[in-house]
Design a protein around this ligand. Sequence first.
Ligand code: GDP
Length: 201
Amino acid sequence: MKKHKFVFLKSAVFPKDYPEPTRFEVVVAGRSNAGKSSFINALAGGQKIAKVSQMPGKTTLLNFFDVDENYRLVDTPGYGFSKRGGDEQASWQQMLENYFSLRDNLCGALLLVDYKRDWEEDEELFCSFARKIGVPVAVLLTKIDRGNNKDIQAALKKIKSQSRIHDVFPISAEGKVGIDQMEEFFFNNWIKPALKGDSER
Ligand code: GDP
């Protein structure tokens, strides 16, 4: 598996605190426990990168990481509160709405979903932010080492149908399956065209 070099830049809630938009960004989201930290750590070749996001006080922030020489990942707080509602949901929603509406260098969104779960209201809400500004979303179906081939195929079919998203990738951070393919997909389909468009401006 490829090992990507991650450099933590900063955490932010408000647009005034975002880093300068000097690179194209891919935003990463998922319900708490969906496997987001494990995915990010696997991309970083096993470095415990995502622990930064779990430090006390940093769990409700956007965390910006430069990856290799060419792009940036933005880690978002784990969600899962459509049934609880309240302040927590309101602040998560506001933070992401700000980010999506103001970030011109955003070129794609990765949404992690545990293969055993259904597509729910929270996932739909996240996708609505992306849709509003025409940013593509790919779904990562996580923890597939826990199921057999038949389970995974059924989950893929179910999530594609529930989400109406075509780009759904089965991955396992633990089994190191699908991580390189995923990175190649978003690099070739989102980052490269954005870089090319930028140089032609
Ligand atoms: P986060 O809350 O979305 O950041 O989720 P974590 O990455 O912390 O993972 C939540 C739980 O799922 C942890 O107990 C992980 O060890 C487990 N987990 C994450 N990815 C995988 C995977 O690919 N396979 C298996 N079997 N477990 C995983």
